[in-house]
Design a binder for this molecule. Sequence first.
Ligand SMILES: [Zn+2]
Length: 363
Amino acid sequence: MLIIDSHQDLAWNMLTYGRDYTRSAKETRRIEAGTTTPERNGDSIVGWPEYQQGRVAVVFSTLFATPARKKETGDILVYTDAGTAHRLYRDQIDVYRKLADSHPDKFRLISSTPELDSVIEHWSRPELDPSGHPVGLIYLMEGADGIRSPHELSEWWDLGLRMIGLAWAGTRYCGGTSDPGPLTNEGRQLISAMADYNFILDLSHMDEAAAYESLDRYEGPLMVTHANCAALMRGSETNRHLPDDVIHGLIERDGVIGVIPLNTFLKVGWMRRNGSRREEVQLDALIAHIDHICQLAGNSKHAAIGSDFDGGFGLQSIPLEMDSIADLQLIAKKLMERGYSETDAENVLGGNWLRFLSRNLPS
Ligand SMILES: [Zn+2]
């Protein structure tokens, strides 16, 4: 089964920690042993050999920077104003371009359906397995502060950007994680302009109020690249998880939701920095979130995977059975043990994102 993973902060890790994703995760761990990186960001779980092993064919790769008021020790991609955010996101596009240009056998940029089809076609040819397949990267902007005005959307479109999330923390466009609030007037103007291009809007990190309003108002395609279900996280004091009403709204709009195998988002109160142990969270906890979305939908066509791997956490903070991105394949096995069909498992691993992208990327 092919995997499409809807969230990885590759450029952020490359620029912040010097990670080289052409290497294996194991090699990165060996190189970083004895540095401060594993303490700050966890041991790496992502690398090209593991993409091959786990048949991860396409990754939504983020453009991300931290607003200065949320800066933590070691953050270097930090902005105080839209101009700086803009430059930091553009730098990350350059990072992805350079990665794909220098390793065309390993990474390819995708911004249209023919480019998507060509990557998927490559992965469906077993005779090419020994030398490996190129991993398709689709840019995903996480937190839209780097878009200085709606007029700039044509420039981002020409650069190949197709997917935009307005929030991380709150931005000047909308309420976000730990910053409750609806869309702002600037946010309303931005999504109205985004619809003209058919940009895909990512509701991840949006506060409920902003998410509801976007579901009502946005005329283009909607998705959630990385979030879990609030109904299974009662007692966690955050607006980061998805209320059932938002999940229902997305299902009605034919959206897809990528769930995150991060222990903090699977067990209320689990925190690496407070000494929580890996043994406390197993993969079943993630399957419960997938199952919750499938139960609300009445089918397996809306749940998917958005690992968020290496995005501020690593090996120390993922379910016990997993060692790297290759182990996302275990999700299929677990789903089938639970009575899901092979087709259902294929939908969750990659089929749902594949159909969503085929519908919504330009041809
Ligand atoms: Zn995020």
